[in-house]
Write a protein that binds this ligand. Structure first.
Ligand SMILES: [Zn+2]
Ligand SMILES: [Zn+2]
Length: 155
């Protein structure tokens, strides 16, 4: 049986499916990936020999260099792809099950932010432990759920 993975952007306008075993998962610390993801690094898994299908909508693309394009949802901005001459990689956090992809290598370490290696050692708190964020008790997510949907947004 072929393995299948699904995912998409936070607003649900763009959804994808990948059939087959993907390539390596990694993080990239390079400055261009930091900027493209708005994060400390980019978590990516290469599609490799698997088959990527856009099952709802399609990403917009920004040609971030002469070589690489970055795909994202044009409605909500979620980063989705890194598209290079040797293939496409997908943002691990956009998958419905990001826990399925364990990074095995760090790229772009010349751009690594000095505190990144210490984040795991910082004090840990649950979301609702923040006394200034009590309003989050009543949060109702508008994000697409972590599975495919027949109709979206819900009527
Ligand atoms: Zn979206
Ligand atoms: Zn990078």
């Amino acid at each position: 049986m072929t393995e299948t993975h699904s995912g998409g952007c936070q607003c649900g306008a763009v959804r994808f499916r990948v059939d087959g075993a993907l390539g390596d998962a990694s993080v990239c610390h390079c400055r261009m990936c930091q900027k493209a993801f708005g994060g400390f690094y980019a978590p990516l898994v290469s599609v490799g020999k698997a088959t990527l299908t856009w099952t709802r909508g399609a990403p917009k693309r920004f040609q971030s260099s002469n070589i690489v394009a970055r795909g994202f949802c044009g409605d909500c901005g979620t980063p989705l792809t890194y598209e290079a001459p040797d293939g496409i990689a997908l943002a691990i956090g956009a998958f419905d099950r990001p826990q399925d992809f364990t990074p095995v290598v760090q790229w772009g370490v010349e751009g690594k932010l000095p505190y990144t290696d210490r984040v795991h050692a910082l004090p840990e708190q649950h979301t609702l432990a923040d006394p200034n964020a009590a309003f989050l008790v009543n949060v109702i997510s508008n994000q697409h759920p972590d599975h495919d949907t027949e109709i979206w947004p819900p009527p």
